[in-house]
Each structure stands twice: as C-alpha cells, then as structure tokens.
Design a protein around this ligand. Structure first.
Ligand code: AN0
Ligand code: CP
Length: 317
C-alpha cells in the first residue's frame, strides 16, 4: 500500500477486517517489519486518539516514531504557490514536505478542512501535496474530506459487536456549538456503503453530504424513523456541505441529541462516536455511560486500524 486516503486503498474490505482482527490477537507479531524504519506523524490540528494510537501502532511494529505539530514550534507554512512571502509565514510547504520526507519512511498527515474554500478542501490540497512531494507512502490521519483510520476502526468495532449477519447501522447528525468538518461522516458512509450492513443516514434538511460518499445509502430526514430497529447508532455533528452554506451551522436543534428516549426507539442499539464528544449536545450522559455505549472500545480499535495500514505500507517498502 502506497497511500491510504479512502476505503478503496484497502482493496478487499472483508480481508482487511480479518487481517485487523488477527493483528489484534497478537499485536507484537510483526515487530521485525519496522526495524530501522521511521514513522513521521505531522499534525496541522489537535488530536488525542490519533496521535497516541498511531504512535502506538508504529511502536508495535518496531518502528521509530516522530511527531511534528506544525502550529507548535514549527515554522508557519505557506501553502499557496506564487505568493510573495512577506507576511507571517516563514517557510513554504513545497520545501517543508520533501525535507520531512527525507527523515522518514512513512508519513501520516492530519490536515482538517479549513472551510475557507470548498474546492481546496474537497481537492485535498494539503494531503495531496504530501503524496506528491514527500516521496514516501502517506496516510491520512483525518484530512479535509475523510478520516479513513477512524472509519476502519468503526467497521472493526461493528464486526466485533454485531449480533446479526446484516445489522442496521444509523449515522445520525447531532447538534454542536462549533462548525465541524464532514470528514468523519464522509468516511463512515464510504465504509458502510462497502460493508454488509443496512445503512441509513439521518440529518436535518440542509445537512446533505457529498453524493460521492452517500452513494446509494438511504437518507431519512425523520430521526425517530431512522432510529427504529437500529443495531448501531453512530452520532456525529458536521457543518453544512451544500452550497451556499458550505461550512456553516444551520441548526443547533437539541431535539437531535441522542438521549435515552431516542435509544429506546432502537433494537437495543450500541452507541458509537469517534470522540472527542460534547456531552449533552451530541449525546446525554446516561447514554454515553450506559452499557450499550462502545465508544471506548471503538477508540481502542484505532490502534488496530492504524497498525493494519502501517503494516501494509511497511510490507510494500
Ligand atoms: C474533529 C471533527 O469533527 O472532524 C475531529 C474528530 C475526530 N472534531 C473536533 O474538532 C471537535
Ligand atoms: N477520533 C479521533 O480522531 O480523535 P482525535 O481527534 O483525538 O485524534
């Protein structure tokens, strides 16, 4: 594997989940693979889980790992070509990327949507520059339009907890005070559309996601109807995608918060969220603390999804 930016990079998804579950049984079995190999993780945005789980995955594989926080201690980077650099940015990304590439064997990049220019975001301008100019295999640690390590961990978790061959999985929008990217719901939809599940997306009008990710999934605007009979409830906030409201908050309607009453509509569903989560905005205390909440197990599987991806990259070096 040379790049990991979306579900297609995993090829056969069932085989990838199987490989992940094998790795989970003995996560130190491949320690030799990463000997004298270096993983560089570059963060343009904050992180708790991705930073720790991906570093742990690299260490499980015997790699040396380095982390660079672009906004804390590194030079401010210019990302546009042709700009006269007389402002506050000291270095151009076109030098910074190949320099970073020269110190490592594999690079992970976190670069969220900036909500300044929809085209720049949806063309994955920053991630693609790493792919093009680093000379090294690159994986997304949440880029502008996707979070494929999260969605892979989510699928592994569903595989572990499902009680029927084809569970009903509902992705529900929920309110949040700040505008959040569509990366997590995009990738979740991308994976669920490829997985053997009955997949439904529910959100208020105006929150339609890019059809490239929604594909044939069922979209139900009535959250109660969508939740009926669900086996998994996956909550997430995102800001509007559709023009002219790209990046805007259209609703903070707390009737969309996942509460005990909402969960009562489901088939005793498991509750999932990628975290970090704002309690009593996205989900009530009761639901996230209930035995049906598998958010911690889901987060723990981030180590496994990252390890599967990095292992495949190491095998291909
Ligand atoms: C980010 C997002 O919604 O994309 C990261 C989630 C993994 N969340 C926040 O910024 C709160
Ligand atoms: N779920 C997730 O990616 O969390 P962090 O933003 O803390 O890495």
């Amino acid at each position: 594997m040379r790049t990991y930016t979306n579900v297609k990079d995993l090829d056969d998804l069932n085989a990838a989940v199987k490989e992940a579950l094998e790795i989970k049984k003995n996560r130190y079995a491949y320690k030799h693979l990463g000997e004298n190999r270096t993983l560089l993780m570059v963060f343009f945005n904050s992180s708790l889980r991705t930073r720790l789980s991906t570093q742990k995955a690299g260490m499980n594989l015997g790699m040396n790992t380095m982390v660079l926080d672009i906004n804390q201690g590194a030079w401010k980077l210019e990302t546009e070509r042709g700009v006269i650099m007389d402002g506050d940015k000291s270095e151009h990304i076109l030098e910074a990327i190949p320099v970073m590439g020269s110190y490592c064997d594999i690079i992970g990049v976190r670069a969220f949507a900036q909500f300044e220019n929809k085209e720049d975001d949806y063309q994955e301008k920053i991630l693609n520059q790493f792919i093009r100019y680093s000379g090294k295999p690159v994986f997304s640690m949440e880029a502008a339009t996707g979070h494929p390590l999260q969605a892979f961990a989510d699928l592994i978790t569903i595989e572990e907890y499902k009680k029927s061959a084809r569970p009903k999985v509902v992705l529900t929008w929920a309110p949040h005070p700040k505008a959040l990217p569509q990366a997590v719901p995009n990738s979740f939809a991308d994976f669920m559309n490829e997985a053997d599940v009955d997949f439904v997306i529910t959100h208020p009008e105006g929150y339609e996601l890019d059809s490239k990710f929604v594909r044939g999934a069922k979209v139900e605007y009535n959250q109660d109807k969508a939740l009926a009979g669900a086996d998994f409830v996956y909550a997430k906030n995102w800001a509007a995608y559709a023009d002219p409201n790209y990046g805007k908050i259209l609703s903070k309607d707390t009737s969309w918060t996942v509460t005990t009453g909402k969960m009562a509509l489901t088939n005793n569903a498991y509750f999932m969220h990628c975290l970090p989560v704002r309690r009593n905005m996205i989900v009530s205390d009761d639901v996230i603390e209930s035995p049906q909440s598998i958010v911690i197990q889901e987060a723990a599987n981030r180590e496994i999804s990252a390890q599967t991806v990095i292992k495949r990259m190491l095998e291909n070096l």
